[in-house]
Ligand binder design. Structure first.
Ligand code: AMP
Length: 405
């Protein structure tokens, strides 16, 4: 763990504490919360401050209101849910800066909570704006960041606001602490061996640096989904119309080639051997199982095939530390979801039956676990997809960096 203070290191008695949370939770058309994991993970942070008799001010974004007020993106719908979860009345104010917000904050008594309105109703939130940040800073004596999922964003409340507090008046919350702890444990290479990393999804560009970082200490690096095709192409395979994202990009070609060269010595990367191909991107499309190196023209690889599933699951089953980010195929379509679901089950089983430590991040991987009802069987579900990938790439994030200045 980096030298970074957490809420456990402070006593908040009488202090006005601004907590940057990520309460951007999925909801249905009736504003009922479908998944409140992010809220649940931040409750211990809020409770710690309340138990110290601090005054809690919650700030969050919600959706993409594009810098102006919109009733549809108000955070007000959270008030009852938060009051129930925290067993106390949560107050709400319909703005997040300005004189009235300051008045509301200053009226707070110890042990009270105030939820402020959506930060993204101000376009300045997404622009690292110093004046907007100063207006937020005026509300509090202390800043806590418990929003890991946005810690990679260069946004005012994440990367500028903490710099306005001195080191004795800022720290991270318990959600953030856990995320960093587990990712650092992983990156330290001290996890129990064999260590297996499974990467999927479509965007190879965003994952090259991660592969370069992880190749050093992983025992197995399984690469599935859309990001496997560029590797197959470089190895001389025919990939038909499958996704590559690297057409005519010599820089990426060179990087992938050097990863494959490095792997010639280490031999830890496994790519799919067979895939489910289709001539059409639809649930009703024709499909065939095909060798991944000989996909016919006009056909697209959209899921990993049965042999690849077997190979990947065998490795997962023998692993003691597992990190997974990104689907094995276009799992949103039922017809191409079998590979991703099988992997989700295998990781859950390795966790419960073999006592492996599993860390899963990214909206798609978590959604796949939920599809098969196995999400509770994972050691730690990260609340951040992009933030997790960024941390694996740079071993830091702007929001975390700003806490150390
Ligand atoms: P990413 O944001 O890079 O993690 O990509 C996630 C997306 O990758 C999901 O929406 C999947 O549908 C998509 N995906 C996974 N495998 C494939 C594939 N073989 N072809 C096209 N898209 C894919």
């Amino acid at each position: 763990m980096k030298k970074i203070k957490t809420v456990r290191d402070f006593n908040f008695e009488g202090k006005r504490v601004l907590i940057r949370v990520d309460f951007n939770v999925p909801i249905n058309e009736n504003y009922q919360i479908i998944d409140d994991t992010r809220i649940q993970y931040s409750i211990p942070t809020i409770k710690k401050i309340l138990s110290d008799k601090g005054k809690v001010i919650l700030i969050s974004h919600f959706g993409r209101p594009k810098g102006k007020y919109s009733k549809n993106f108000s955070l007000k719908f959270l008030v009852n849910h938060l009051s129930d979860e925290l067993n106390t009345t949560v107050k709400f104010h319909n703005d997040c800066i300005g004189e009235k917000s300051e008045k509301k904050v200053n009226e707070l008594k110890t042990g009270e909570i105030l939820l402020l309105e959506n930060l993204r109703f101000y376009k300045e939130e997404e622009k690292e704006d110093i004046n907007f940040s100063k207006n937020l800073a005026r509300l509090a004596d202390f800043y806590v960041n418990d929003a890991f999922s946005v810690s990679h964003r260069l946004h005012s409340s994440v990367s500028v606001l903490p710099k306005l507090f001195n080191k004795k008046c800022k720290c991270i919350g318990i959600l953030m602490e856990k995320e960093i702890l587990f990712l650092d444990k992983f990156l330290s290479g001290k996890g129990k061996k064999p260590v297996t990393v499974l990467l999927g999804g479509a965007k190879i560009f965003s994952k090259i640096k991660i592969i370069e970082n992880l190749i050093d200490f992983s025992d197995h690096l399984l690469i599935g989904g859309g990001i496997s095709y560029p590797f197959i192409k470089i190895k001389g395979g025919k990939i038909g119309d499958s996704i590559t994202e690297i057409e005519n990009n010599k820089n990426i070609d060179d990087k992938l080639t050097s990863i494959l060269n490095l792997n010639n010595k280490k031999n830890i990367i496994s790519l799919p051997t067979d895939v489910i191909i289709s001539d059409y991107f639809d649930n009703s499309a024709n499909t065939k199982i095909c060798d991944i190196y000989s996909i016919p023209d006009k056909w697209i690889g959209l899921d990993i095939g049965p042999n690849s599933i077997k190979n990947f699951c065998n490795i997962i089953n023998k692993s003691k530390t597992i990190l997974w980010n990104g689907p094995m195929g276009v799992f949103e379509l039922q017809k191409f979801s079998f590979g991703t679901k099988s992997i989700a089950k295998a990781i859950a089983n390795a966790t419960t039956k073999n006592k492996a430590f599993s860390l899963v991040g990214g909206g798609d991987s978590v959604a796949a676990l939920k599809m098969v009802g196995y999400e509770k069987k994972i050691s730690y579900l990260s609340t951040g997809g992009g933030a997790m990938l960024e941390y694996l790439k740079t071993k830091n994030n702007p929001g975390i960096q700003a806490m150390m200045i």
